[in-house]
Design a protein around this ligand. Structure first.
Ligand code: FAD
Length: 325
């Protein structure tokens, strides 16, 4: 059984990503009584973040701060993670299935000659066997997987495994580790993000996504207003991105982002199979489309047949009124 589980946390611009806490919850699901050791890396001071990891269920936190950990490269992060794995000899490793997690974990698994279960949406400890559920065929089916020998190594899809309740009375050791991250072939000096404002789509609990039906860049404005009221993020179909109504960083689907928010509102999106691949596992799907035959209605929990330019402002107004009362 996994007596010690290493959770690799992730921070962005000085703040921990929610999937770091969800990974702690996943580690507890692997083995409730295991020691959960969290690792966080950055060029910034990590004291506060380490404390947060403890409040969310980590027993011990290792922080590594180094100027070469400012921006992710598999070489810099890989050096640190490999060193910590060698020192700690964990029985399990969990990380978020994020852009960094997707890049880093297969490399670590390859180096250590381990199996890796990627993109898990559920973890169960069934009769002392740890069973992971993961979507296959672009989310049309699910498979269950177990690792029969060696370290249990998995990445978990953000927004699927609920983090444990934050508890400020929890205590744990914070170990500041000094590792010289050196001999790098590449150092990323600066990352310029295309979309720097608003809520991060992959972690948002509400996503309002626009399609070709939105008709223009201007047409996206009411979607931003609705997302604002709901505290959510704006996404898009490839149709909308191809038509240059918005940036490709917003694209959801087979060749875009895969997201699982609590609420997904598809606006003027027909529901092509490639789009569904990115959002069909959302918890509640609302579709707004003027065509009652649109495929999106086949997977929607709630459908509104109507002109989006009438429906969205009404919906936004109604929600604003609700929030006031
Ligand atoms: P359309 O199919 O044109 O649908 C527009 C919808 O808006 C229609 O249903 C229409 O009834 C509705 N509408 C129009 N006006 C209004 C109005 N005023 N009010 C309400 N409704 C209105 N697509 C993705 O999204 N993501 C991907 O990752 C992706 N990857 C792909 C990969 C490959 C290899 C291929 C071949 C395709 C991929 N596509 C992807 C494209 C996909 O096949 C569709 O072409 C695309 O999703 C269509 O976008 P859409 O629904 O916005 O546009």
């Amino acid at each position: 059984m996994s007596d010690k589980i290493l959770v690799i946390g992730e921070s962005r611009d000085g703040a921990l990503r929610n999937v770091s806490f969800e990974s702690i919850a996943a580690a507890r699901k692997i083995n409730e009584s295991a020691e959960v050791v969290a690792l966080i890396l950055s060029d910034l001071d990590l004291d506060k973040q380490a404390q947060e990891m403890i409040y969310y269920g980590a027993d011990r936190v290792i922080t590594v701060q180094h100027e070469n950990l400012k921006n992710y490269t598999s070489e810099s992060f890989g050096q640190v993670v490999m060193e910590i794995i060698e020192e700690e000899s964990p029985d399990g490793i969990v990380m978020g299935h994020t852009a960094i997690g997707k890049d880093l974990t297969p490399k670590i698994a390859g180096r250590l000659e381990l199996g890796l279960i990627s993109d898990a949406t559920e973890v169960e400890n069934d009769d002392d066997q740890v069973v992971f559920t993961r979507p296959i065929y672009s989310g049309k089916a699910f498979e269950k997987k177990v690792i029969k020998e060696g370290i249990i190594f998995a990445t978990i899809r953000p927004n699927n495994i609920a983090s444990l309740e934050r508890d400020e009375s929890r205590t744990g050791e914070i170990e500041v580790k000094s590792i010289d991250v050196k001999d790098l072939r590449t150092i990323i000096k600066e990352v310029i993000r295309k979309q720097s404002e608003g809520v991060d789509m992959s972690e948002a609990s509400v996503v309002v996504a626009g399609g070709r039906g939105v008709k223009s860049e201007e047409g996206f404005k009411p979607l931003y207003e609705l997302a604002d009221v709901l505290g959510g993020a704006v996404g898009a179909s490839r149709g909308a991105c191809d038509a240059e109504y918005c940036d490709y960083s917003l694209q959801i689907g087979q060749t875009g982002k895969v997201i699982t928010p609590d609420l997904y509102i598809a606006v003027g999106i027909s529901g092509a199979i490639q789009h569904l691949a990115g959002m069909s596992n959302s918890k509640v799907i609302v579709a707004i489309n003027k065509d009652p035959e649109a495929n999106i209605f086949n997977i929607a929990d709630y459908g509104i047949v109507g002109d989006l330019f009438e429906v969205i402002p009404m919906l936004t107004e109604e929600l604003k009124q609700l929030q006031k009362s």
